[in-house]
Write a protein that binds this ligand. Sequence first.
Ligand code: ATP
Length: 335
Amino acid sequence: MISVRGLRKHYKVHKRPPGLKAAFRSLFHRDYTAVKAVDGISFEIRPGERVGFLGPNGAGKTTTLKVLSGLLHPSEGEVTVDGHVPRHREDAYLKKIMLVMGQKQQLLWDLPPAETFELNRAIYDVPREQFKQTLDELVALLELGDLIQTPSRQLSLGERMKCELAAALIHRPKVLFLDEPTIGLDVSMQVTMRSFIKAYTERYGATLILTSHYMDDVAALCPRIIVIDKGLLTYDGGLDALVQRVRPEKRVVFRLEKPVEAASLASLGRVVSHEPGSVVLQVPPEAVSATISRALSSLPVTDLTVENAPLEEVMSELFAENKARRAVASGEASP
Ligand SMILES: Nc1ncnc2c1ncn2[C@@H]1O[C@H](COP(=O)(O)OP(=O)(O)OP(=O)(O)O)[C@@H](O)[C@H]1O
């Protein structure tokens, strides 16, 4: 469905030193440097897959999504989506995809979302009957109700994001590019958006590429993740496999009937947190059952759960690993 081979996107950026003299000189002679936003990445995505596209700030995620949706031309490499070359921006292609960027809006500011929906219906040439059916579904699934008749400028951020998503789905795209769709939303709105996106992709067999700095979005939606860092692909595989590779240790969470002394925990494992009513230990996977049986005989345990490390920690550890590897590589490269 999506094929990316050797994609590079380098931006040419004008650089000049500060000061009036430099400003004057730059009128006649401009110096440029290349920003390697994406520097040779390849991946394939099958129809109906949901993939998290992750990386630290400035990694090249948005740039890649813009290339995939045809807004930017690649500097090098081959990209196809469902047999189309995105940069040709054929009508047939634009009818199959959608791009929603959490920080950009397409809703008409002074008019109700219903007007944007109608405009998109006309742009995408959606038959009236299908439009009505899709809109009814979207209104029900996203609980939009009367919001679609309220001027967009009067909507809260979360209400607006729900309407943004609905506007982008009016033509029932098969491929969704979602760039930070839950940014700035409160926790319950994030949950609503996630379950809606999942329901939509399952219902229509749609393919999803999602970027998000909220790991709960990724955990809820994406069995597979692709990580890029400084324009290079550093991981492509299962989310679970990444957790096992980066942070194989397990967290055992014990709920306690009464507080315990810190000294009684030291021999059980690494203490991640210690509260009056609970304690969290980090232990290697092979030591989980032994730790549990020792804890049950020495602590007033009322309940316990075994968990993986939080995804945020796994990702920040991976980014730190990548940074350290780059530092070593550049150290080795320098004389
Ligand atoms: N139009 C542009 N001109 C020059 N450089 C750009 C342009 N757009 C992006 N960049 C640079 O390209 C790099 C990748 O940017 P991009 O927006 O793709 O990153 P990102 O992974 O989406 O980051 P974030 O998580 O912060 O949104 C950054 O160094 C950014 O400064």
